[in-house]
Design a protein around this ligand. Structure first.
Ligand SMILES: Nc1ncnc2c1ncn2[C@@H]1O[C@H](COP(=O)(O)OP(=O)(O)OP(=O)(O)O)[C@@H](O)[C@H]1O
Length: 247
């Protein structure tokens, strides 16, 4: 069964249609990369899935449950979804360990010792064990973003949503975050990621979806969508990317 099924999603902001009947299905263990021009609706789609935006129409199912139903408690849904943003959004007044254990303790009611042991284990695995007691401002951007990913993983999500997670990083720090996403894929995590990194989309995604004006215009294996697209809009987009030297 699909982990995520979006049907006919529609979202407007003040009369401006941002999602226009968008359909998307993500199978378990699958990595889906969303690509498309700035403003095509990638972030809005991810924010709708995490119930940070209210839909104007359409349905979203997570593991077969319709989470877009207004009667569903958004907090209960967000416990099953890990979301990471471009700007890492760590709490500056909390240490790395406190950032990672906050949700497991407050939301999942895990015992402190238990939550901390799990957090230290996760941090160790990504080479950040020594930073557990540091405050975010002592970490590089790449380290902060890796902590943000660990924080999302601490909830043991069914689905990870990654929104341009390398866009704010200096180029030399991008690699360490991408390596972490690669490891997550190897562990079988189901992920939807919005990215401008075409090379990475090609490497890590099972499926690439090209968004244009709030719809998935073309979807398929990376080799097809990024190599031999069938849709004129996709070809146009890729031509611009190639001209900008980003493919
Ligand atoms: N809260 C909001 N209020 C009004 N307009 C919004 C809001 N959020 C997004 N938009 C508009 O919706 C459109 C789609 O934005 P979105 O951020 O989803 O695109 P995107 O594909 O993620 O772009 P980028 O690649 O630049 O991140 C844009 O025109 C944006 O200005």
């Amino acid at each position: 069964m699909a982990v995520l099924t979006c049907r006919g999603l529609r979202k407007e902001f003040g009369g401006h249609v941002v999602l226009d009947g968008l359909d998307l299905t993500v199978a378990e263990h699958q990595v889906v990369a969303l690509i498309g021009a700035s403003g095509s609706g990638k972030s809005t789609l991810l924010r709708c899935v995490n119930l940070l935006e209210e839909l104007d129409d359409g349905t979203i199912e997570l593991d077969g449950e319709e989470i877009s139903d207004p009667r569903v408690d958004p907090d209960r849904v967000r416990r099953r979804i890990g979301m990471v943003f471009q700007s890492y959004n760590l709490f500056p007044h909390l240490t790395v360990l406190q950032n990672v254990t906050l949700a497991p303790r407050r939301v999942h009611r895990r015992a402190r010792a238990d939550a901390e042991a799990q957090a230290r284990d996760l941090l160790d695995r990504v080479g950040l064990g020594a930073k557990a007691d540091a405050y975010p401002d002592r970490l590089s951007g790449g380290q902060q973003q890796r902590v943000a990913i660990v924080r999302a993983l601490a909830n043991q999500p069914r689905l990870m949503l990654l929104d341009e997670v390398t866009s704010a990083l200096d180029p030399e720090l991008v690699g360490e975050v991408l390596a972490m996403i690669r490891d997550l894929k190897a562990d079988g995590m189901t992920m939807v990621l919005a990215t401008h990194e075409m090379g990475f989309a090609r490497e890590v995604a099972d499926q690439v979806c090209f968004l244009d004006s709030g719809r998935v215009v073309e979807a398929g294996p990376p080799g097809q969508v990024l190599g031999e697209p069938t849709q004129p809009r996709t070809r146009q987009f890729l031509r611009r990317i190639i001209e900008a030297g980003r493919l």
